[in-house]
Design a protein around this ligand. Structure first.
Ligand code: PRP
Ligand code: 7HP
Length: 180
């Protein structure tokens, strides 16, 4: 079964949706009258970005980047690769990066440096989850859904070895699933 390797539910669907509604309201206020581009970092952020975008009551553009630093492990390799770049120019536009999780911070450190060279009018970061205990590189996060403890989580876009992204909640991966 899909939920076999879920040790426990950390954030249920209702809590997720309520928080995303609040974040959408805040972002709507902050970006009113601005040329906003949401950059969804594939693949993990796709579900969060889809829900968040619908709670932002403003005209906006969406673009997608795919970077990978994890492969099928539960630890960051520290090496960030761009697998898919943006389709749109971001020079002079207000860019909001949308992530599912910030862990070591290596992915966002790389991404912000890379995107800043393209001269956006502003560059901010929004993440559904933050694991501050795991930080290796400091990153300034502007919008955080939830701070979570140092446990490997799955669901709502987050995977383990490409599975579990379609769980509607955030759950803790059972240790049996990867300690073999
Ligand atoms: C995950 C996640 C973040 C990154 C965070 O992506 O979606 O992009 O790791 O980790 P960090 O802060 O330690 O860099 P992953 O490489 O697993 O790709 P995926 O989104 O396609 O699953
Ligand atoms: C990346 C990642 N992917 C899934 N679950 C977690 O807890 C993660 N941390 N960093």
């Amino acid at each position: 079964m899909l939920t076999n390797n879920v040790e426990r539910i950390l954030i249920d669907e209702e809590k997720l949706m309520n928080r995303i509604r609040e974040m959408g309201r805040q972002i709507t206020e902050d970006y009113r009258g601005k040329d906003l581009v949401l950059i969804c970092i594939l693949k993990g952020a796709v579900i969060f970005a889809s829900d968040l975008a619908r709670e932002i009551k403003l005209p906006l553009a969406m673009d997608f980047m795919a970077v990978s630093s994890y492969g099928s492990s539960t630890k960051s390799s520290g090496v960030v690769r761009i697998l898919k770049d943006l389709d749109q120019e971001i020079e002079g536009r207000h860019v909001l990066i949308v992530e599912d999780i910030v862990d070591s911070g290596l992915t966002l450190h790389y991404l912000t440096e890379n995107l800043m060279t393209r001269k956006p009018a502003s560059l901010k970061i929004c993440t559904c989850l933050d694991k501050p205990e795991r930080r290796v590189t400091p990153v300034k996060i502007d919008y955080v859904g939830f701070n979570i403890p140092d446990e490997f989580v799955i669901g709502y876009g987050l995977d383990y070895a490409e599975e579990y992204r379609n769980l509607p909640f955030i759950g803790v991966l059972s240790k049996d699933a990867y300690k073999k």
